[in-house]
Design a binder for this molecule. Structure first.
Ligand code: SF4
Ligand code: SF4
Length: 370
C-alpha cells in the first residue's frame, strides 16, 4: 500500500482536536519501503511537535531490520525528552535496543540502561569485525567496491537468515548488487558423499585446483585499521566523518552507502538444509562436537554459570575430587559471550585453560554435595 503523505499533518490535527497529552504512534512493518518507513515516522513526530508542543510522544516502530541509522532517523531531531522510541517485537534489535529513551545531550543517543549499552558494544564488536573483513578482502584482492556483483551466504545463514536484514546489520556488504543464499554447503557436500563416496575424489581434485591466497585477518594491517574504526564507532560513538578520514589517511577507499533494497537482487537457492533424506530416514546424532574442559579449582558449585549460559553449553563436573567446567564446543558462543566467566562469583572459569576433554569417567556435580 502506498504511503499517505498527508497522514502526519492529519495525525497532528487529530491530536490537537482531541486535546491529547500523550500520543502513541505505531505502524505495520514497512520493509517494502527503502527506509522502511523511518522518514514517515519522523514526519509524524515533526508535525505533532509543531502543532502540539506539550504532547509527549511514544513511537512503537518496527525493527527496521536492525539498521541503527533508521532508528536514528526517527528520533535524531527530536531529542526533547518528550519523545520516546520503543522498539516493536522481532529481531536482533530487540536485544540491543529493546527500549530506548532518546536524550540529546552530547549529540549522541544515550541508552538509559547500561546493560543495553553493553549489549550494543558486544554486538558492535562482532558486526564491526565482519564489516572490516569484507572491506579488507576487497582491498587486498584489488577489487573496487562498485564491482561487487554478488555476495554469497552459506551455512545456516545461507538458508534461514533474511538476506535483506543480513545486509542491514552488516553480515553481507550493503553495497553488493546481488545476494545469493547458497544453503548449507557443508551439509550438502556431506549428503552427496554419503550417497556416493566416490565423489570424494572429485572434491579432492577441485580442492587442488583452488589457488586462492590465504589472508589472515589477525595479522592484516588493513583489517586492524578498519576494525579500530569499527570499535571506535560502536564503543565510543566515533562519527562517520572521522571514520572516513581515518580510512583516507590509511589509503583505504571509503565504502559506498548501502544500496536501496529495490536495487538489490536476492536469490535463495535452497528451501531447507536437507531436502530429502531417502528411504532410510534421518537419524539425529547426539553429542556432536567435542567437549572442552578447564579446571575450576575454586568452584563452590553455585551453578550460576550453567544458569547464565544462553546455549546450555557449560556443565560443572567432578573427577576424582577435582572440579572442571565442561563446555560443549558445538554449542558455546565463545569469546563473544563469556557470560559464564563474568557471572562466576569466585572468578574461577578461565577459557584460556580449556583443553579437549580426554577423560570420560566424569560425573555431573550436584550442589548438595558441596
Ligand atoms: S561462553 Fe557463553 S555460551 Fe560458552 S559456555 Fe560460557 S556462557 Fe555458555
Ligand atoms: S559460577 Fe563459578 S563457582 Fe559457580 S558453579 Fe560455575 S564455576 Fe563454580
Amino acid at each position: 500500500m502506498p504511503l499517505d503523505l498527508d497522514e502526519p499533518r492529519r495525525l497532528a490535527e487529530a491530536i490537537k482536536k482531541l486535546g491529547l497529552k500523550h500520543a502513541v504512534i505505531t505502524s505495520v512493518t514497512r520493509d517494502d519501503l527503502d527506509d522502511q518507513g523511518a522518514s514517515h515516522f519522523a514526519n509524524c513526530i515533526h508535525e505533532i511537535r509543531a502543532l502540539n508542543p506539550e504532547v509527549s510522544i511514544e513511537v512503537l516502530t518496527p525493527d527496521f531490520s536492525g539498521d541503527i541509522r533508521l532508528i536514528k532517523k526517527v528520533v535524531e531531531d527530536y531529542g526533547d525528552k518528550k519523545t520516546r522510541l520503543v522498539r516493536d517485537s522481532g529481531s536482533m534489535v530487540e536485544n540491543s535496543f529493546g527500549q530506548v529513551t532518546y536524550n540529546r545531550s552530547n549529540n549522541m543517543i544515550e541508552f538509559n540502561k547500561i546493560k543495553i549499552e553493553n549489549d550494543i558494544k558486544e554486538v558492535g564488536k562482532a558486526i564491526g569485525a565482519i564489516k572490516a573483513a569484507h572491506i579488507t578482502l576487497m582491498v587486498k584482492a584489488g577489487l573496487k567496491y562498485e564491482d561487487l556483483r554478488y555476495s554469497y551466504m552459506s551455512g545456516a545463514s545461507g538458508t534461514y537468515v533474511n538476506a535483506n536484514k543480513a545486509r542491514h546489520i552488516g553480515l553481507v556488504p550493503g553495497f553488493s548488487k546481488g545476494i545469493i543464499q547458497f544453503g548449507n554447503t557443508s551439509i550438502g557436500l556431506a549428503r552427496k558423499l554419503a550417497i556416493d563416496s566416490s565423489r570424494l575424489e572429485e572434491v579432492n581434485k577441485i580442492a587442488k585446483k583452488v589457488t586462492a591466497d590465504h589472508l589472515m585477518m589477525a595479522t592484516s594491517e588493513t583489517f586492524k585499521n578498519i576494525y579500530v574504526c569499527e570499535l571506535a564507532t560502536w564503543i565510543e560513538g566515533m562519527s562517520d566523518e572521522m571514520y572516513n578520514e581515518v580510512l583516507i589517511e590509511e589509503g583505504i577507499p571509503i565504502p559506498p552507502e548501502d544500496l536501496p533494497r529495490s536495487e538489490v537482487e536476492f536469490e535463495r537457492r535452497v528451501k531447507k538444509d536437507i531436502d530429502d533424506v531417502g528411504e532410510l530416514g534421518l537419524d539425529i546424532v547426539d553429542n556432536v562436537g567435542i567437549v572442552l574442559e578447564a579446571p575450576v579449582e575454586k568452584c563452590i558449585l553455585c551453578h550460576k554459570c550453567e544458569e547464565e549460559c544462553p546455549e546450555d553449553a557449560i556443565t560443572i563436573v567432578e573427577n576424582e575430587g577435582d572440579r572442571f567446567a565442561n563446555i560443549n564446543s558445538q554449542a558455546c558462543l565463545g569469546s563473544a559471550c563469556k557470560r559464564c566467566v563474568y557471572i562466576c562469583p569466585v572468578k574461577t572459569i578461565d577459557h584460556r585453560l580449556l583443553k579437549i576433554q580426554c577423560n570420560e569417567n566424569v560425573k555431573i556435580c550436584d550442589e548438595n554435595e558441596n
